[in-house]
Design a protein around this ligand. Structure first.
Ligand code: PEP
Ligand code: MN
Length: 652
């Protein structure tokens, strides 16, 4: 064994431990020369103790000690063994790790005030959430451009502040770290300095987030040990960055070690991002490498972008043009839901608490700060909860209610700022119940949408198996989306519950081995059920479109900062038509007459009025907003009744 393993024990304390007993544990450890660190994890108190001399059972017999474990990894604080949950690092308003993908972008080096301001605006516009740029450049040649130093950092800070964008920049010496501390939101440790231990210790002690690049010749274990240096020195916020390693291949600048991403995510709880620019070194390959990183589970990317790469002071050949970066962001946005994630966005600059939005100037809308609750139907592990987390982040304040109408109620009476309801599934079509609710709640509007990939699992209590199941419980949508699988088990009795998580809870409650539920993997984990079969939906292309709903306010509307285009580009309407020949055609003609593209048309019976129908339409709002308003005016004249369900930004 390498000599740096001094033996680390993890001591999990009982929730009921008395102060006196806890003191006893500490005294024994400290008197035996152990270094002790306490943390809480999912409500448990956990002490990690490094040193030697004590046997596990000597601690296990102490009152108030629940369990003692020995870690086998030399990197203790970075290891999943000490922390099962993913660490989420906050850099200003940006959260790295978890359900959302973060893209950092900017030039290799800050070259002038104008250069950094211009490129910052371009990358921000395309959806980057953190600005990168080197002020101190560690260059292979002493004659190459070394960076503008502190002046460059000030230019970058100003550019970031003007756009509400946090910044990351490389620190190359322990002395500079202290000087740079208040000017940067995150430090970058470059590949060349990954094992500069004095630098790691100094930067770690400043307790700021650190982006740790992998050394060009570093093994995964060496990389994680460098992260350990940072964590042991004081910071809790380390992000690992794979940026290519040196191999025998010389065609590309380095070799992107794509396999390191799932491996490191398994070994460590820290977020892992990828730098495709330094890995490939050639602009033409950055796009493909970036997408592969997202597909394999990276939490984000850092990409070099320059407005004039041919004139760049450093790394021009690998820097994307802003237009190429924009295309990359669009593709990442489309890919993200396949991986169960969502691209993270920043609120528009100059965000206001409540945005101004009206149908004639829908796009002057600004973002409202999300501080209030978001309602969803179901319990922990519900698909709507996942959609909510993808849209608003892990720390979104959630309000679980028991039905879809409960979500509308919560939004209407102000218990929630937003609600998340499914409106359409790619396999089974519209969720009519929610469309009908928009009519019952005319003061609630759609203010955004998000697409979520749905993977269904059959789950049951421990000890049950496929042959013991007699009854299956789920929401009606769960049954419809798993029809092919259920058809193979025609003997099962299907029992409809208000939500998939209600079905899960009913199984937990009655403890039966004859009943199973169809719900998400997260629901099985949250409520302690075992998965009998995963991925039982009829088709892999199973997506649900969720509407984000909010209360309509006089001329105002809350807008969530979910990913999507910069301004509202989609509207959903419902109308009924006169009972006369050609009435529907004339209504649709009002839209097509202005060149409006209809993306969905559906009819629904009007409740209480047999054989008469409401028509639901989704349409794309053209660049020229006047055309949309003209079409609406024309439609108002033709239709008997017209309700605008929402004007919002379409999901990818
Ligand atoms: C950089 O990000 O600008 C940089 C120098 O990267 P690396 O340390 O990975 O070479
Ligand atoms: Mn560079």
């Amino acid at each position: 064994m390498p000599d740096y393993i001094i033996g680390t024990m993890i001591i999990i304390l009982s929730k009921e431990i008395s102060a006196h007993d806890k003191k006893l544990v500490y005294s024994l450890l400290k008197d035996s020369g152990y270094t002790v660190r306490e943390q809480t994890l999912c409500g448990d108190t956990l002490i990690s103790a490094s040193g030697k001399g004590l046997a596990m059972h000597e601690l296990e017999i102490l009152p108030g000690v629940e369990r003692v474990a020995q870690t086998s990894k030399p990197y203790e604080l970075a290891s999943r063994e000490t922390r099962a949950d993913d660490t989420i690092v906050s850099v200003g308003p940006v959260k790295i790790g978890g359900a959302r993908i973060v893209v950092i972008a900017g030039p290799c080096a800050v070259e002038s005030r104008e250069q950094i301001a211009e490129v910052a605006e371009r990358v921000r516009d395309s959806g980057a959430v953190i600005l990168r740029g080197g002020a101190f450049k560690p260059r292979t040649s002493p004659y190459a451009f070394q960076g503008l130093g502190m002046k460059g950092l000030e230019y970058m800070k100003q550019a970031g502040e003007a756009l509400g964008m946090p910044i990351v920049t490389e620190v190359v010496s322990p002395e500079l770290a202290t000087e740079m501390k208040d000017l940067t939101d995150m430090f970058q440790i470059g590949a060349r300095n990954m094992q500069n231990f004095e630098l790691l210790k100094r930067v770690g002690a400043l307790r700021k987030p650190v982006l740790l690049k992998r050394g060009a010749s570093a093994t995964i274990e060496e990389w994680l040990l460098s992260a350990e240096y940072l964590l042991a020195s004081g910071t809790n916020d380390v992000i690992l960055c794979e940026r290519g390693i040196r191999t025998f291949e010389t065609f590309t600048r380095n070799t992107l070690d794509i396999s390191a991403i799932p491996v490191v995510k398994g070994l460590s709880h820290l977020p892992v991002i990828v730098d495709p620019s330094h890995a490939l070194g050639i602009r033409a390959y950055v796009h493909a490498a970036a997408l592969s990183a997202i597909a394999v589970g990276a939490d984000g990317l850092t990409v070099e972008v320059h407005c004039n790469p041919d004139k760049a002071f450093s790394d021009g050949p690998q820097s994307l043009y802003p237009d190429q970066f924009e295309k990359l962001m669009r593709d990442i946005e489309a890919l993200a839901p396949v991986t169960g994630k969502e691209l993270q966005r920043l609120p528009p600059p100059n965000a206001k608490k409540v945005s101004e939005i009206s149908f004639s100037s829908a796009w002057t809308a600004a973002f409202s700060l999300i501080t209030e609750k978001i309602a969803f139907s179901g319990r922990s592990g519900a698909f709507a909860e996942r959609a909510l987390i993808n849209a608003f982040g892990e720390d979104a304040d959630r309000l679980p209610v028991s039905s879809f109408s409960g979500v509308f109620d919560a939004v209407l009476d102000g218990r929630a700022a937003f609600g998340m309801v499914p409106v359409e599934n790619s396999l089974t079509g519209s969720v009519h119940e929610n469309y009908d609710l928009f009519l019952r709640y005319p003061d609630v509007v759609m203010t955004g949408e998000i697409k979520l990939r749905i993977v269904h699992c059959l789950m049951a209590n421990e000890g049950a198996d496929l042959s013991s199941i007699k009854t299956v419980r789920s929401h009606a949508q769960g049954f419809a989306q798993c029809r092919d699988f259920l058809d193979k088990h025609a003997e099962w009795y299907l029992e409809i519950h208000p939500t998939t998580t209600d079905a899960v809870l009913s199984i937990v409650k009655d403890g039966s081995k004859n009943a199973a539920a169809i719900a998400s993997e997260a629901a099985a984990n949250a409520h302690g059920l075992v998965i009998l079969k995963a991925g039982i939906e009829n088709n892999l292309q199973n997506y649900t479109r969720f509407a984000i709903i909010a209360r309509k306010q006089e001329g105002k509307q809350l807008i969530p900062a979910v990913s999507g285009p910069k301004k509202p580009n989609k509207a959903s309407l419902v109308f009924s038509v006169k009972d006369e020949p050609g009435a529907l055609i004339s209504c649709l003609g009002s839209l097509s007459g202005e060149g409006i593209n209809m993306t969905k048309l559906e009819s629904r019976p009007i409740l209480g009025s047999p054989w008469s129908y409401m028509f639901y339409v989704d349409l794309a709002i053209p660049e020229d907003e006047a055309l949309f308003n003209k079409a609406l005016d024309a439609l108002k004249k033709q239709a008997v009744k017209l309700q605008i369900l929402g004007v919002y930004r379409a999901a990818a």
